[in-house]
Ligand binder design. Structure first.
Ligand code: FAD
Ligand code: NAI
Length: 475
């Protein structure tokens, strides 16, 4: 065998699995086909190239733009006219992406992972392992005892509506628009719709979001979703729920995209936009892998079938990240990657899906970990709930960002924390404390008794814990 392990895909699942396995002494090759504009390799997957990293870069830049334009006067700072240089903003985003691509190539070298730039496919099952064919820049035939499939996901298209990435956009096109569209339509009010919708609204587009479900952000705690809807609407996002798309028609070259849809009451509506983003979820990516050559199965939705430990039904083949069941999140993919590498080295790791945090990087940010209040109710679980508004937090007032609250849910009898929900400033960072607490099976009282620095936003977490016992100190 050439290697102990071949990892197919260098997204956050694959590259982290490769590094961890190499750290544990395995001989590892990692293959990824993503290319940068100049044809060179661009490891990091969806996350680095057209997902987490560039979207957060654009969210940051667009937030600065909006803030400098509208949020400085209350601080006593007068700003002259603010001008957008979109080309420069996009170039910065691309530079951030490049730094991450290069960082991964450096990490491969440092950890002695052999990286191949090209497309991998299963060629055959061989004695004691598998043969993998690599086509593209680093054409090769490799053999390994184990293979991890970490090929990720791709955007789901509306039936009959192709992405041209100029006017009908997936996340890829929506991160690279060369001009701010006057009118932007978004189908799907999920995570991508809200994040990218926020970016282009802040930069000046009139954004309409069409969502099929009658309820907004169904995965979030209902109280958080309600507050989010209020804030996004106030900012100018036109979010329409319960719609049914009837037709999407891009007009002739450079013309608008015309939509016909039924609104929540069933009345026919039309909408004309200069750019339309379709963000209605993602589908697992296994094309060209030739899984059938070794007997690896996919389910009816195309996900590679794995057990709780990411084993496929074929001993020696594993699969992790977006291409398997579970939340499509970079950190979930990473945890699975580490766990499989450690299993290969004889360790017994465990990934707890209940403590995987969710974050939506809008403004206000939304973050949660554990169960929602509606899920606890549906399960008939007796719980306590405590909330604390940022309005009553000194640091939030000083920052000038008092939107939202922290909400903690704990077991009525044992006081164990069951879920924490944050909407407000730096929710993405605050949620880490809750995830740690839940991993350690902490009670709300544990958080309430821990000394939190003053003045910090984290004091709102402590106060929410106190609130579960009806004894907030500052509200
Ligand atoms: P991917 O990152 O998709 O990587 C798979 C890699 O495999 C790709 O590089 C692909 O080229 C390669 N590949 C596929 N087939 C082959 C083959 N046959 N041969 C060689 N290479 C192959 N998640 C978060 O946690 N936080 C966020 O803020 C966040 N923001 C996002 C924003 C957007 C716009 C999008 C689209 C997604 C976002 N996500 C975010 C989700 C996150 O990007 C994914 O969950 C994550 O990338 C999944 O990692 P992965 O390793 O499973 O797959
Ligand atoms: P999503 O699942 O978050 O949202 C898709 C939305 O589209 C849902 O609300 C769904 O009801 C709606 N929808 C589906 N079909 C529709 C139709 N025909 N008409 C109108 N609405 C329709 O998926 P999204 O936003 O595409 O993102 C994919 C995944 O990427 C997310 O689930 C998430 O896992 C990941 N992601 C994570 C981010 C983060 O962690 N901050 C950021 C962006 C993406």
């Amino acid at each position: 065998m050439d290697h102990d392990l071949i990892v197919i895909g260098a997204g956050p699942g694959g590259y982290i699995a490769a590094i961890r396995a190499a750290q544990l002494g395995l001989s590892v090759a990692c293959i990824d086909e993503w290319s940068r504009d100049d044809g060179g390799p661009a490891p990091g997957g969806t996350c680095t190239n057209v997902g987490c990293i560039p979207s957060k870069a654009m969210l940051q830049s667009s937030e600065h733009y909006e803030h400098i334009g509208h949020g400085m006067a209350e601080h006593g700072i007068e700003v002259g006219s603010v001008k957008l240089d979109l080309a420069r903003m996009l170039a910065r985003k691309q530079q951030v992406v490049r730094q991450n691509n290069d960082g991964i190539l450096y990490l491969f070298k440092k950890n002695k992972v052999k990286f191949l730039h090209g497309r991998a496919a299963f060629a055959a099952k061989v004695d004691g392992g598998f043969e993998i064919e690599v086509s593209g820049a680093d054409k090769a035939t490799l053999r390994a005892r184990h293979v991890i499939v970490a090929t990720g996901s791709r955007p789901r298209a509306l039936p009959g509506v192709e992405f041209d990435e100029k006017r009908v956009l997936s996340n890829t096109g929506a991160l690279a628009l060369q001009k701010v569209p006057e009118r932007m339509g978004i189908i799907g009010a999920g995570v991508i719709g809200l994040e990218m919708g926020s970016v282009w609204r802040r930069l000046g587009a009139k954004v309409t979001v069409l969502e099929a479900l009658p309820e907004f952000l169904g995965a979030a705690d209902a109280q958080v979703a309600k507050e989010a809807m209020k804030q996004f609407t106030r900012q100018g996002l036109d979010i329409q729920l319960g719609v049914k798309i009837a037709e999407v028609k891009p007009a002739a070259k450079n013309g608008p995209v015309k939509l016909r849809y039924a609104d929540a009451k069933g009345a026919e509506q039309t909408l004309e936009v200069d750019a339309l983003m379709v963000s209605i979820g993602r589908v697992p990516h296994t094309e060209g892998l030739q899984l059938d050559k070794v007997g690896v199965k996919t389910d009816e939705r195309g996900f590679v079938v794995v057990d709780g430990d990411c084993r496929t039904e074929v001993p020696g083949v594993w699969a992790i990240g977006d291409v398997v069941r579970g939340p499509m999140l970079a950190h979930k993919a990473e945890e699975e990657g580490v766990a499989v590498a450690e299993r290969l080295a004889g360790q017994k790791p465990h990934v707890d899906f209940n403590t995987v945090p969710w974050v939506i990087y809008t403004s206000p940010e939304i973050a949660w970990v554990g169960q929602t209040e509606q899920a606890l109710k549906a399960a008939g679980r007796a719980y306590k709930s405590g909330s604390f508004p940022f309005m009553a937090n000194g640091r939030a007032r000083a920052l000038g960002d008092t939107t939202g609250f922290v909400k903690m849910l704990s077991d009525a009898t044992t006081d164990e924390i069951l879920g924490v929900h944050v909407i407000g400033p730096m929710a993405s960072e605050l949620i880490a404390e809750a995830a740690v607490a839940m991993e350690f099976k902490a009670s709300a009282e544990d958080i309430a008794r821990i000394c939190h620095a003053h003045p910090t936003l984290s004091e709102a977490m402590k106060e929410a814990a106190l609130a579960t016992d009806g004894r907030t100190l500052n509200f």
